[in-house]
Write a new protein. Structure first.
Length: 557
């Protein structure tokens, strides 16, 4: 519709404009636009006059059953049956709904970002699902997407865990790690992280020992040490963490192309910060190296601490430089919790001083905390947090109460849809019972809707076809008009990196089909072929949307 309006405006006024087009209440038409008011100042004509001229020109094309002007210059547009049916033919073609917003672009998406030596919590689960869906949106828009993960395999959290492991083993004895059960390794390390954290906060001697151990772990990487007892202990436990991460990501269907460890980005960031310190980007302060953010309306942060070790900030500088070296990306999208919004502003502003293009090509998408209904913010430091696997177990238990056979497809469909149906940004309240409902705005409801449509098609004895359909009746038309919205929804979701638009649309589409199904007999009706064509298009779009969200669309349930 936007393109048709643009052509008409170009013909009448020789003006280029992007018209604002909306979907009004069906009683007013299929589309509505206030483009006449957008143009009034540019072409020096009253909005009503412009609207009437546009309406007359559109009506002459024969593509519209009705084009009305309302109020000071609103245009309501109703498509002609032939125009609607021509769109139906496109819906069965591969890639229907895809946009070209990222055509030919290389895009990095970085998300989840767990730290080794700790367990994955529910927040990592949420970010993984959101990041995967956003990656899918960019891919269907023509982008080449590289899904990346970043995490701290060095730093104080590692030192705290390794210190507690050494206490547990009675010394630096990597051979004793064989006593840890394979299926309990991640839980074992998570518990010792809490032990190490408490010791660091409550015991001065332990705090000093952990601080010294932190330097030794950095030295393992500097020396490329694989042989010392500490190096063996550290590297074994780190491998356990990576194996655990990969197993979980595979289970939930959000695999990553590459995992960047901080041990790799730290020396790169440290070298860059020290080099740029000599050029005045960073400055010394009380033995540390900082970036002074106040001149930019930000705050000052430490990039190298007084012990000469790189902080998280330097590691992120190194990560940005390494990603640029590896991919020469058009855009790098970093998806994190909103608790580091101001932190990232400082990091990117510092990078902007010496690599402006890199900073400008980086987009930081933030989200709130994930909580159970009535829940409390999680803290892995305190040990009172909801683990990622807990979300699966809780949801599986709820699924068992409403479905006879619990499958990973149903459980993951419930969780992913519950995560994605709300706008990325505010806190997310996850209600397991609500997420598995077969009625209402849920993943299982949409999975069942797709399975029902496929069952109808499987029972048919004639091929779906719009040939000779004539003018659609009211229920057919309502479904057909709703189906035509899909490309617009995909475009809006991609432009805003907002998967929730797809969720809202799919739920509305399923409701529209239900109303159609209640009033329109399909199998055995004289309009059977056409109604099967509508059903086929509906199933195709439902599956396409669910696939973008990372949710299975089963043929049977």
């Amino acid at each position: 519709m936007e393109q048709a309006l643009q052509r008409t405006i170009r013909q009448l006024y020789s003006v280029e404009v992007t018209p604002i087009v909306t979907r009004p209440d069906p009683a007013f038409g299929d589309y509505a636009t206030n483009v006449a008011m957008q143009l009034a100042k540019t072409v020096s004509r009253p909005p009503r006059e412009i609207a009437e001229a546009l309406a007359a020109a559109l009506q002459e094309t024969g593509d519209y059953a009705k084009v009305d002007v309302a109020g000071p210059g609103f245009i309501n547009i109703t498509l002609a049956p032939a125009a609607l049916l021509s769109q139906l033919a496109n819906m069965r073609r591969p890639g229907y709904g895809s946009s070209l917003q990222y055509d030919g672009k290389i895009v990095l998406t970085e998300y989840s970002d767990p730290n080794p030596f700790k367990v994955l919590h529910a927040g990592h689960f949420y970010t993984s699902v959101v990041g995967f869906a956003i990656s899918n949106l960019i891919e269907q828009a023509g982008g080449t997407v590289h899904r990346l993960n970043f995490g701290g395999d060095v730093g104080m959290h590692v030192a705290k865990t390794i210190w507690a492991i050494i206490q547990e083993l009675g010394g630096e004895y990597p051979e004793k790690l064989t006593s840890v059960p394979e299926d309990g390794r991640s839980e074992w390390m998570a518990g010792l992280y809490v032990t190490g954290t408490n010791a660091y906060e409550d015991d001065e001697a332990a705090k000093q020992a952990i601080t010294d151990l932190n330097k030794r772990i950095y030295q393992i990487h500097s020396d490329n040490d694989h042989d010392s007892p500490l190096a063996q202990l550290y590297r074994t436990c780190r491998t356990w963490s990576y194996d655990y991460f990969n197993t979980f990501y595979a289970r939930i269907g959000t695999p990553f192309e590459r995992y960047y460890p901080e041990s790799k980005t730290a020396p790169i960031g440290l070298a860059a910060v020290l080099e740029q310190k000599d050029k005045g980007v960073y400055v010394e302060s009380d033995g540390a190296v900082v970036f002074v953010g106040e001149p930019y309306g930000l705050h000052t942060r430490v990039f190298v601490n007084a012990q000469g070790l790189p902080t998280y900030e330097s590691k992120d500088v190194g990560l940005s430089l390494q990603k640029w070296h590896d991919y020469h990306f058009d855009e790098s999208i970093i998806i994190t919790g909103n608790d580091i919004t101001e932190y990232m502003k400082v990091v990117l502003k510092s990078i902007e001083q010496f690599e402006p293009e890199l900073a400008h090509r980086t987009t930081h998408v933030t989200h709130g905390n994930l909580k159970l209904a009535g829940g409390v913010k999680m803290s892995s430091r305190k040990g009172n947090f909801l683990k990622a696997v807990d979300v699966l177990d809780i949801t599986a238990a709820e699924t068992a109460a409403v479905q006879p056979d619990v499958t990973d497809s149903a459980v993951l469909g419930a969780i992913k849809y519950a995560f994605l149906k709300s706008r990325v940004g505010p806190d997310i309240i996850f209600d397991p019972k609500e997420s598995v409902a077969l009625q209402g705005n849920s993943g299982p409801y949409l999975q069942y809707a797709h399975a029902r449509a496929r069952t109808i098609l499987a029972k048919a004895t004639v091929e779906p076809s719009a040939e000779g359909a004539g003018e659609p009746d009211q229920s057919e038309r309502q479904l057909l008009v709703k189906l035509t919205e899909y490309p617009e929804v995909i475009q809006a979701a991609t432009a805003g990196l907002s998967p929730h638009h797809i969720c809202t649309y799919l739920y509305e589409l399923a409701q529209t089909f239900n109303r159609f199904y209640e009033t329109s007999r399909i199998i055995g009706d004289e309009r059977q072929a056409f109604r099967l064509e509508l059903t086929s298009a509906y199933a195709t779009i439902l599956k396409s949307g669910l696939t973008v969200l990372g949710i299975d669309a089963p043929d049977t349930m």
